[in-house]
Design a protein around this ligand. Structure first.
Ligand code: ZN
Length: 139
């Protein structure tokens, strides 16, 4: 067989990460508020606005957590243990948002639909946003 395999992509393509934390405003918003509070006490991240209605490619209300590459190794395992039953989408930020959200992410909790039609195939990779939390508790 002479099938051409593309060269592996270097992790340097990843400029930062997002975690999107989904909730139902009628039933699980309090859990999302608890989780957001816990994250802010423990991690240096950028907590995004509450979106109580669907926005962008997202199929449920959610808020975003933007974080730097060096935060991944502690935040993501912590979310695995503490997601309170909520669905969380973890995706890299490269120059291809559509691929980041649909082909290359992973989920904690139940996987949800992502409306990839609204995402571009090419964009500037989003560098880590300025944190707006002040962590003071151990992970
Ligand atoms: Zn995102």
């Amino acid at each position: 067989m002479t099938t051409e395999t593309p060269a592996p992509r270097p992790v340097a393509e990843i400029a930062s990460y997002h975690a999107h934390i989904y909730y139902d405003p009628a039933t699980t918003r309090a859990k999302a508020e608890q989780l957001r509070h816990w994250i802010g006490e423990r991690f240096s991240v950028r907590l995004g606005n509450w979106h109580d209605v669907n926005v962008g490619p997202h199929d449920q209300p959610m808020f975003q957590v933007a974080f730097a590459k060096q935060v991944f190794a502690t935040l993501v395992p912590w979310l695995m243990l503490n997601h309170l039953g909520l669905s969380i989408l973890i995706h890299p930020n490269t120059t291809n948002p559509r691929r980041d959200h649909t082909a290359d992410p992973f989920w904690i909790g139940t996987r949800l639909h992502v409306h990839d039609g609204v995402l571009p195939d090419e964009s500037e990779a989003e560098a880590a946003l300025q944190p707006n939390t002040t962590p003071h508790l151990p992970v």
